[in-house]
Design a protein around this ligand. Structure first.
Ligand code: KIV
Length: 501
């Protein structure tokens, strides 16, 4: 199987994404993760852009041992000097030189004719070659460059010493069949092409960056330039996770492989997202939150019978902890059954229909049913305990200069009873008042409170564990008022103690 080299450019091209910039520590952290991921080349930056960038690339070059470290340079001596200064300490350094070759770039950016551009490209490669043997050349905007001229440039830079020729679709304009034709044409018409690696660098302006990269590989490219999560200038670049997983998943057709340890993909994606502040869209291929989430009943049913019905990759292969079944009103009974089982509930067949109906009612109100909703649904209904004691009223007076005092009213066998108590805190006061009414001897073993939903109006869920005559009983209640939730959770535990199963 032929190997495809993965050239990772999150630290250079990714940094060109609007709003994205790395400090040297972040660059190093990402580079170290890219090394673990197993990419072949890390493009660590564009050293001429600032003294800080030279230092950042230097830091990466000095620490990373298993990957080639590349720096980008325009076809100018000062750029190449800065680039070498930055990458020279790398175990395997590369200088990546570029120059635009399309008519529109030559005319409007440089005001130069082809001959002059060709001369500059060759001189730049020769100059870089004085420093190191590993030289990559990119004819910028190659996909809009006339093919004859593109071949001439490629042939000349290889003669001048370029060991990698990268064909960028700089503005994401090419279609997959065009990319295929360009690479094929270069392979067939550049006499010395066997002396260099053919690379591609595709932008995603038309959403075709991955498709273009893969067709280029099919046509003979053996290096793909990509970025994690597809970050990069404008709409970004071919995303590493897509390119690598396409090669990995469709080995049967492509007959290629990469060095990437795919199990590190998800971790790398999240690291890059955290350090760039660029969020990954939920439906992003491979690394989006929904990439392995199943919701529709027919799909969930298929997945539960055999995951291959709707999964072409194992989530674990990219470092994701299994697939996610998202419960909605359309998920079906199998999904609910499976989820309840996973949450540890054994519901008798005869009770299941009722649970399912309650689930549907809730799912019609809420878009997505979370584990907590299910717990509340099941524990509140199926395992409902008879309410020996039910809370009618609770009032607490508290403050930083007041002794917390609670007044509680509870109904028991039709009788309303009221008590008041002070306590170490408002919850303690409430629990003492409850104890005075119920006279059940409890020992509070555990009390926890957490917010079930987000925002200021979040539901607070209180869970308590009490010991009554040597046995443990649990109580749980959610409310927007945490004092009420505390009182009801405690009473639920006491009610369980009154009706032990
Ligand atoms: O998009 C592009 O053309 C580039 C080159 C420098 C490879 O980033």
């Amino acid at each position: 199987m032929e190997k495809v080299y993965i050239f990772e450019s999150s630290l250079r091209e990714g940094e060109q994404a609007a709003g994205c910039g790395f400090n040297p520590r972040s660059k190093l952290e990402i580079a170290q993760q890219l090394e673990r991921l197993g990419v072949d080349i890390i493009e660590a930056g564009f050293p001429i852009s600032s003294p800080g960038e030279i230092e950042a690339v230097k830091l990466v070059a000095s620490k990373i041992k298993k990957c080639t470290i590349a720096g980008l340079a325009r076809s100018l001596k000062k750029d190449i000097d800065a680039c070498w200064e930055a990458v020279k300490k790398a175990k395997s350094p590369r200088i990546h030189v570029f120059l635009a070759t399309s008519p529109i770039h030559m005319k409007y950016k440089f005001g130069k004719a082809r001959e002059e551009i060709l001369r500059m490209a060759v001189e730049a490669v020769k100059y870089a070659k004085k420093y190191t043997s590993d030289i990559e050349f990119s004819p910028e905007d190659a996909s809009r460059t006339e093919l004859e001229f593109l071949c001439k440039v490629v042939e000349s830079v290889i003669d001048a010493g370029a060991t990698v020729v990268n064909i960028p679709d700089t503005v994401g304009y090419a279609l997959p069949m065009e990319m295929y034709r360009i690479i094929k044409y270069i392979k067939e018409n550049v006499s010395n092409i066997h002396k260099a690696v053919i690379s591609v660098h595709c932008h995603d302006d038309l959403g075709l960056a991955t498709a273009n990269s893969i067709t280029a590989v099919e046509a003979g490219a053996t290096q793909v330039e990509c970025t994690m999560n597809g970050i990069g200038e404008r709409a970004g670049n071919a995303s590493l996770e897509e390119v690598v997983m396409a090669i990995h998943t469709r080995k049967n057709l492509l007959n290629k492989n990469t060095n990437v340890n795919t199990k590190e993909i998800y971790k790398t994606s999240r690291l890059v997202s955290r350090l760039t502040g660029i969020y990954v869209q939920p439906n992003k291929a491979i690394v989006g939150d929904n990439a392995f989430a199943h919701s529709a009943g027919i799909h969930v049913d298929g997945i539960l019978k055999d995951r291959r019905t709707y999964e072409i990759m194992k989530p674990e292969d990219v470092g994701v902890q299994g697939h996610k079944i998202v419960l909605t009103a359309r998920s079906g009974r199998h999904a609910l059954e499976d989820k309840l089982k996973k949450l540890g509930y054994k519901i008798k067949d005869k009770d299941f229909q009722k649970t399912y109906e309650r689930f549907l009612k809730l799912a019609d109100k809420k878009r997505e049913i979370f584990d907590e909703d299910l717990r509340t649904l099941v524990e509140g209904e199926i395992f409902k305990v008879p309410e020996t004691y039910s809370l009618q009223y609770v009032n607490v007076v508290t403050g930083n200069k007041t002794i917390p005092t609670a007044t509680v009213e509870i109904k028991n066998k039709g009788k309303i009873m009221e008590e008041a108590s002070c306590g170490d805190g408002p919850v303690d006061a409430v629990y003492k008042a409850i104890d005075r009414i119920t006279k059940v001897k409890t020992r509070l073993l555990d009390y926890s409170i957490k917010s079930v939903t987000g925002g200021k109006e979040a539901l607070g869920e209180v869970a308590v564990k009490v010991n009554v005559q040597g046995k443990e009983f649990l109580g749980r209640h959610a409310s927007t008022d945490i004092i009420e939730a505390s009182a009801k959770a405690y009473l639920e535990a006491i009610n369980r103690a009154c009706h032990p199963k």
